[in-house]
Design a protein around this ligand. Sequence first.
Ligand SMILES: O=C(O)c1cc(C(=O)O)c2c(n1)C(=O)C(=O)c1cc(C(=O)O)[nH]c1-2
Ligand SMILES: [Ca+2]
Length: 689
Amino acid sequence: ATGCSQPGDVGTKSVAFDARIVAADSEPQNWLSHGRTYSEQRFSPLDDIAAGNVGGLGLAWYHDLDTFRGQEGTPLVVDGVMYATTAWSKIVALNAATGERIWQFDPEVPGSAGLHACCDVVNRGAAYADGRLFFGTIDGRLIAVDAKTGTKVWSVQTTDPETSQAISGAPRVAKGKVFIGNGGADQGVRGYISAYDQSTGKLAWRFYTVPGEPGKKDGAASDEVLERLARKTWSGDRYWQIGGGGTVWDSIVYDPDFDRLYVGVGNGGPWDRGIRSNGEGDNLFIGSILALDPDTGEYIWHYQETPGDQWDFTSTQQMILADLTIDGTARQVIMHAPKNGFFYVIDRKTGKPVSAETFVPVNWAEKVDLATGRPVVYPAARYDKAGPFLASSGGWGAHNWHPMAFSPQTGLVYIPAMQVPMRYATDGSFEYRPGLLNLGVGTGGKLPEEAAAIKAMLGAFQGRLIAWDPVAQKEVWRAERDSPWNGGVLATAGGLVFEGLADGTFRAHDAKTGKELWRFEAQQAIMPGPVSYAVNGVQYVAVMVGKGGAYNLAMPGFSRPDPRIPGRIMAFKLGGTAKLPVKAKADVPPFQPSDEKFTAAQIAHGDALFNSTCGACHGAGAQSIGVLPDLRRSGALANGDVWRQIVIDGMLSDNGMASFAKYLSPADAEDIRAYVNDRARVAKGAEKP
Ligand SMILES: O=C(O)c1cc(C(=O)O)c2c(n1)C(=O)C(=O)c1cc(C(=O)O)[nH]c1-2
Ligand SMILES: [Ca+2]
């Protein structure tokens, strides 16, 4: 179902709710929308918890969730009630002062839909308006539930369930509409954003970010501009048959000053531009910010940050709106730190970059030429032409979805930044496999051995919290972290910034100096952005805990194994005395290889299949951190029949292990078993004293 209808009927109630979000600073006790305000600064005006007393911050309550996967949600808090989305697209309402559960709604996403999520079955949050909550699901539905009772009001399918389109991002609301995109560019889909009527769930408009089949109209708001601007930036006859990419999987921001929607558009798919577009063209609108009319979806402007992207350099990272004084002139800007490593200050009115500087060292482009707005790309980065390229940072991003924050008090942006190398090489044998990863590049199927080489070459995989001056475009302070993939950031009027880390600690820093002032042992990795709110005059800081997401599943060698602790929400207040239960011991079963004989050819074939088909979830090199089972330790490994029933017949489909019968033959499954068995043998051998 595509197409654009009349401008939706804007209920007066909904517009009144927009006004409430615009005036969010007058109710600092609440966290009404994803980034708290429409500007998405993630700055709380609450200041009872401050640099002078943060040492007295203690756990007020914690709430255990019923999922063990990655938690990426930013909770909302409305008048004493917290609403949080969890792994597997569930939503829970809690008493924000006590953590007591009021209701939970489970959309019952079929476990087999987990296959459609490139990067774990995560959910980054809900939107709230007029007593309703709106959120997306891994199987592509957008659902409205009643905030009082948690009962469903409406539900619409926003995707084609046959393709790998999964909703991980939070919808946004404005003008009586709900805006939502989805993921899937790494699996060969075509990106778009849709607007639905808040009261009925009816599709109001849709905008495709990349052109489809030539000569065929979508009946969408994008029809005209795709032909006028985008089509000519693509080459060949292949892109529209294999997706093209450009998914809108995270950031969507409504700007009440200009009455516009800014949309972060993702990477090209497949990654390799040689395969996608004969190695030519900018491939609009991938790697871009799009400004659209929220009522009609009509195109206003675009700024492409990564023309012709071939490094998974999405521009979906969260956008912050602010008014800055630059060279004595007041500017209304978007601040953006996408995966490609440049910090952009963009004029909201025109879409032109005001400035762009790297916030971590990058080796794909020398600089952004402000006269043209284009990056000056190093020839070596064009791996489709120049051969293998070792990027730092690469597709994991110099900054990924973990939200940054801006403090109007300090004038600084706090970025959870990373340096993670990635190797790109053209995959000459590319074959389009609808539904599975379709990168078109070998990113290092030999991990972790190859990863060790990358690590040796580039020093280390790094993570740091950077305080960035967006006017001077320079770093003011940094806090080094032990590893990448740390959590989102909250800034507060108490002069603090809060961040949860991959090492399972939750920390507060002085916003001006970066000095660490407080830390709490949370037992498990933290990824999402914290929030602050107040109930009965008491200020709280809350964050969701739970390891997972793309990096943790796929990059076991660089990620700390954790015991299986359920996802949690933790809330802190001054003088809080609650205690977490005693940390469970990591329950690691032994390696369980069988002594069956497999041929070298079987193992090699299984290696290729595993690392292209299984590794994104079960870990490169068949090594897993344990969020998903480490197959080298699986009881099924020594039993070819059970193995086949799982992989081919979908025996564990309810748990999230879909049947791969569409993609793999029983002989393929057996070769994968041969490979995993080989890995288990090697690991077991290495374990001996
Ligand atoms: O291209 C896409 O459609 C797409 C979707 C998603 C997603 O929906 O989570 C991610 C990515 N790409 C991606 O490149 C990425 O690094 C990533 C990390 C995560 C995560 O939740 O940890 N999702 C995604
Ligand atoms: Ca991607």
